[in-house]
Design a protein around this ligand. Structure first.
Ligand SMILES: C[S@@+](CC[C@H](N)C(=O)[O-])C[C@H]1O[C@@H](n2cnc3c(N)ncnc32)[C@H](O)[C@@H]1O
Length: 303
């Protein structure tokens, strides 16, 4: 499947900030490049195309249907120089992740999944044309939202294998770091995430970037494990051996350090620190569902 051109026009090169396009012609993966990506663990046998920044100076590979939009993985063109010669020089290797997908194995997990899906549906305009899930893993939630057929659904995650192996249909997959803007100004109708706790120290930057990337009137919706019971559960988990833990607490245990850091700062403060003055926060005992919109304004996009 070749990359969707509407999506590419809205993504930006993490090195130059230009939008992206597929160039005709020189799409061959030369042998040295095949080796370089292969060394990092990429499935080079399913390489499909190069995606270029507008001026044609950097190229990013697509493996099957997953675009690798990571600064360190940019290939300088036309020299075809791989910018990071080995995995030691990389700040992150997307091919070294575990590929864990959101498999709901038990009733409790399914209940939480359904709760989140319903909340996201309730808070998202059905008419959204470009909907992006950040830190999506395989994009399972995105796949279950009721949105217009013509809507472009985009899953963004650093874990290449989660995107690659995900059992989702009709989802566009971008392997990118959520802490570095990868969408251009005024390009997204609706963005959402239930995993902001994975970037607890970079939320301010993320929310600021999202405000820029949202179209005028566009919305961000988030759900996080937050609130009194979440803190209590975390404290219980911190002093409980894993074998004695109820199953529903195991996710908390897996992410204990991230959650501890995330729960130190209330969401309201994170949002106001990012300059977002108007937002909605609905709290349940375990979760906070929050959203904010970009004020209606004329969105100026560079040509
Ligand atoms: C627990 S999973 C949640 C997946 C998804 N939100 C869901 O509920 O199905 C968290 C995901 O965040 C991703 N992640 C963590 N830090 C990230 C970052 N800086 N940029 C993009 N993805 C990131 C991980 O790779 C992982 O797939």
């Amino acid at each position: 499947m070749s990359m969707n051109t509407e999506l590419l026009g809205n993504l930006i090169c993490p090195r130059t900030g230009e939008c992206l396009c597929v160039a005709a012609g020189d799409s061959e993966l030369s042998i040295p490049l095949r080796q370089q990506f292969g060394k990092l663990g990429a499935p080079t046998e399913v390489f499909t195309q190069w995606v270029f920044n507008k001026s044609g100076t950097f190229a990013y590979p697509v493996f099957k249907d997953v675009l690798i939009l990571i600064s360190d993985m940019a290939v300088a063109w036309p020299q075809k120089e791989f910018l990071s010669a080995d995995s030691k020089g990389l700040s992150v290797n997307p091919f070294a992740f575990s590929g864990a997908t959101n498999v709901c194995g038990n009733e409790e997990c399914r209940r939480i999944f359904n709760f989140k899906t319903e909340q996201f549906c309730d808070h998202m305009p059905y008419t959204s044309q470009m909907v992006v899930e950040f830190m999506s893993a395989d994009g399972n939630i995105l796949d279950c939202l009721s949105l217009r057929d013509s809507c472009l659904r985009v899953a963004v995650d650093l874990d290449f294998w989660a995107l690659f192996n995900g059992n989702t249909s009709g989802i566009h997959k971008v392997c990118a770091d959520a802490t570095i803007a990868c969408f251009g100004p005024c390009s997204i109708d609706c963005a959402f995430s239930n995993s902001m706790h994975h970037i607890p120290t970079q939320s301010t930057r993320f929310y600021r970037d999202i405000l820029v990337s949202l179209k005028s009137g566009g919305r961000f919706v988030g759900i996080e494990t937050q609130g009194l019971l979440a803190k209590l559960a975390l404290n219980m988990v911190l002093c409980m051996p894993r074998f004695a833990m109820p199953h529903s607490f195991r996710n908390i245990d897996d992410e204990r350090n991230l959650l501890r850091e995330w729960l130190r700062v209330p969401i309201e403060k994170r949002l106001t620190d990012a300059g977002i003055r108007s937002f909605d926060c609905n709290k349940t005992l375990f979760h906070t569902v929050y959203s904010f919109s970009k004020v209606q304004q004329k969105c100026l996009r560079s040509p």
